[in-house]
Design a protein around this ligand. Structure first.
Ligand code: ADE
Ligand code: ZN
Length: 330
């Protein structure tokens, strides 16, 4: 049994496996520009974030009905449970669906058909985080927040994703202020491909409580000291970083140095269908490529629950943390 863990950086659309993509395409009468799953898998050679995003948005064409989103989420939860996930805070990208004529209600209620029963069906507690696409306008983000208002009882927080460079956090100041006023938690992707200054700006201008990726903080010693002092969690995604070429090879990933520096790091899968593994696979990969000790792996698992948005259920968090401490490595 893998160590119990929370997953805090997971795009539900990034869990769309080729087999499910073709099954949904057939169900919905959508034609994909790939002959079969094998041909599709051959397209999974990415040069950078944008080359991945092009395929990620293209394949979303198969997601049309509530049932599609329910099936997608259930498939993820089953795989996550098998890898020790006990709690998942799941991103979704409503603008990418609304642009195709699939409305907010279809996405949220479809996902909820799986998430509402995830504790019973998969042994996983869940939260939903709605992301804004940073390469779309600030007005579009504000319209998306407005469209989400009937569904806020299902949504814990907001995030910011898609193409990072050229789209600094400050562009979204107003929508983050509006979301905070609605009681939503705030995270943002920063420092994946973008500079460390984007991390600082996400903290100062957007008031984020957790930074997604944050990898490039290592280039700014003052920023690292601040992240350590303020216990700001980073949701790292090691296999994603290799596939999108943020690092050359896993053996050179700065995770060990980041832990040594006292950063509150977590390990996550990002878009597991595309990047070669779910969160347990990411744990296994860093364990072998970076030689992480059992103490370090336990620290990563502990951090995942500490960094989670379980302030609304501290009893549950305490139970998960106790499971981490009691875990015996085989
Ligand atoms: N959307 C899905 N995965 C992403 C990533 N790794 N970075 C930015 N946007 C994304
Ligand atoms: Zn991401």
């Amino acid at each position: 049994m893998p160590i119990p863990k929370a997953e805090l950086h997971l795009h539900i659309e990034g869990t769309l496996e080729p087999e499910l993509a073709f099954a949904l395409a057939a169900r919905n009468g959508v034609t994909l520009p790939y002959a079969d799953t094998e041909a599709l898998r051959k397209a999974y050679l990415f040069e950078d974030l944008q080359s991945f995003l092009n395929l990620y948005y293209e394949l979303m064409a198969v997601l049309r009905t509530e049932r599609d989103f329910e099936d997608l989420a259930n498939a993820y939860l089953a795989r996550a449970a098998a890898q020790g996930v006990r709690h998942a805070e799941i991103f979704f990208d409503p603008q990418a669906h609304i642009a195709r004529g699939v409305d907010m209600g279809t996405v949220v209620e479809g996902l909820w058909r799986a998430l509402g029963d995830s504790g019973t069906n998969h042994g996983i507690s869940t939260r939903l985080i709605m992301c804004f696409l940073r390469d779309e306008s600030a007005d579009s983000a504000m319209e998306t927040l407005e469209a989400a208002k009937p569904y806020l009882h299902r949504i814990t927080g907001i995030g910011l994703d898609s193409a990072e460079v050229g789209h600094p956090p400050v562009k979204f100041r107003e929508v983050y202020e509006a979301a905070a006023a609605l009681g939503l938690r705030r995270v943002a992707h920063a420092g994946e491909e973008g500079p460390p200054a984007y991390i600082t700006e996400a903290l100062d201008v957007l008031g984020v409580e957790r930074v997604d990726h944050g990898l490039r903080c290592v280039e700014d010693a003052e920023l690292v000291a601040r992240l350590v002092r303020d216990r700001i969690p980073l949701t790292l995604c090691p296999l994603s970083n290799v596939r999108l070429r943020a690092v050359d090879v896993l053996a050179e990933h700065p995770l060990p140095a980041m832990l040594d520096a006292g950063l509150l790091c977590t390990v996550n899968s990002d878009d597991p269908a595309y990047f070669g593994g779910y969160v347990g696979d990411n744990f296994d990969a860093v364990r072998s490529a970076l030689g992480l000790s059992e103490d370090r792996l336990r620290e990563l698992a502990r951090n995942s629950f500490v960094a989670s948005f379980l302030e609304d259920d501290e009893e549950l968090r305490a139970r998960y943390l106790a499971e981490v401490e009691a875990y015996e490595f085989s």
